[in-house]
Write a protein that binds this ligand. Structure first.
Ligand code: MG
Length: 396
């Protein structure tokens, strides 16, 4: 492993030297009040990496409801790393149920001291150091990881999908979520669900959040099916606590054009999940059960595959390792997201050619994205030949 890392670093260093002269990237100013404390000590264009960060509130287009919670905003912390006139952008997204907050992410980022490293291409060392600062804080770690990848890609003048030797041709469609909607009487608001479904018809794949009372789950699917025959993937978010009920639901869903189920049962019910997988007519993917690389082996056999999310796994470096391990175990792969701006979505999109399902609608779900990046065309993910993660700030 050490040799591989050394080789990778050497490769990156060489590429940097070759590409540096050709790369063009001005240090775009993103943050209105760019008063990060490290920056105040070090001038722009410094040979030291400078990490700055600032909170941002993503406003959802619709109130977002999943099994167990409901919200209209998502706290985000935006990061950037500046180095020799280049700027890499990153982001931590922190849906409340994951246990991180703006305060905890800012506190974590204040502890990150990049001045101890002389080059951003020491990626393995830097990201190992960042991961070792605390046990958790995966979204905050991810905010450093994405910004560092963006920075290094920009210095090399290449996008990560290309640096990793992958393709930007025939990428998968992204699913878009039709969220649960309840009326004042506590039952599914069918009119609202129809309206939300109509908004998804330019896409090729619908994702539906289930895992509630049986009647509500079935009403959601029946209502969507009144509007469209598009393929559906279902995310139960651990909502089905009984394996017989889960199996009955999956069989019912399979008869209605559903092609995959994400996290039907609670993540700790691994034996029941293995029982369910043996009988399920649909592939079952682990989401809440699969946070990081170290989780994958124990899921093998109980799930058909894993849902990789950058915010869970600390970022692009570990996501790439998770893909390699899942492939080695013949597990199926999807890539998902939280509510995110185009920064984290574009970082995740670098992996699109390596996955069977992409669920990258986080930027589509928010009303105030402040970056442009990965674009969905005819429902499919597209990746341009832009360096790093391929994003640019809007309104700067
Ligand atoms: Mg999920």
């Amino acid at each position: 492993m050490k040799d591989m890392n050394s080789t990778r670093r050497d490769f990156l260093k060489t590429s940097m030297a070759l590409a540096a002269a050709a790369a063009v990237a001005g240090p775009a100013r993103l943050f209105a009040a760019d008063t990060g404390r490290q920056r105040s000590r070090i001038p722009a264009g410094s040979d030291k990496m400078v990490l700055t960060f600032e909170p941002f509130e993503a406003r959802m287009k619709h109130v977002f409801t999943i099994a167990g919670s409901s919200r209209s905003t998502t706290p985000i912390v935006l990061t950037k790393i500046s180095y020799q006139g280049y700027t890499g952008y990153g982001e931590a997204s922190m849906p409340p149920y994951l246990g991180e907050s703006t305060a905890s992410a800012m506190e974590f980022l204040r502890r990150v001291d990049l001045s101890r490293f002389s080059s951003p291409f020491q990626m393995e060392e830097i990201l190992t150091y960042v991961d070792n600062i605390t046990i958790n804080n995966t979204a905050a770690k991810c905010a450093v990881d994405i910004a560092l990848h963006d920075l290094c890609g920009k210095i090399m003048g290449q996008p990560w999908w290309k640096i990793w030797g992958w393709s930007n041709k025939d990428l998968p469609s992204t699913s878009v979520t039709v969220g649960l909607a309840y009326g004042p009487d506590g039952s599914i608001d069918r009119e609202e669900v129809r309206k939300k479904t109509l908004e998804t018809l330019d896409y090729n794949l619908i994702k539906v959040k289930l895992g509630n009372a049986e009647q509500d789950d079935k009403t959601m699917i029946d209502t969507i099916r009144e509007v469209t025959g598009l393929p559906i993937v279902v995310d139960a978010n651990q909502g089905w606590k009984d394996k017989d009920h889960a199996l009955k639901m999956i069989e019912w869903l399979a008869a209605r054009g559903v092609e995959m189920i994400e996290q039907p049962m609670p993540k700790l019910m691994l034996d029941e999940q293995a029982w369910l997988r043996d009988r399920s007519p649909l592939p079952i993917m682990a989401d809440e059960a699969c946070q990081r690389l170290s989780d994958i082996r124990k899921l093998h056999g109980a799930y058909d595959g894993i849902n990789i999310k950058l915010m869970k796994c600390t970022g692009m470096r570990e996501a790439r390792e998770m893909i390699s391990l899942a492939e080695a175990l013949h597990m199926r792969i999807m890539i998902g997201c939280m509510t995110e701006t185009s920064v984290a979505i574009s970082a995740a999109a670098q992996f699109a050619s390596q996955v069977e399902w992409a669920d990258l609608d986080g930027n589509w779900l928010i009303a105030n994205d402040i970056f442009t990046g990965m674009k969905v065309v005819d429902g499919r993910i597209t990746l341009e030949d832009k360096p790093g993660i391929g994003v640019e700030p809007i309104n700067n």
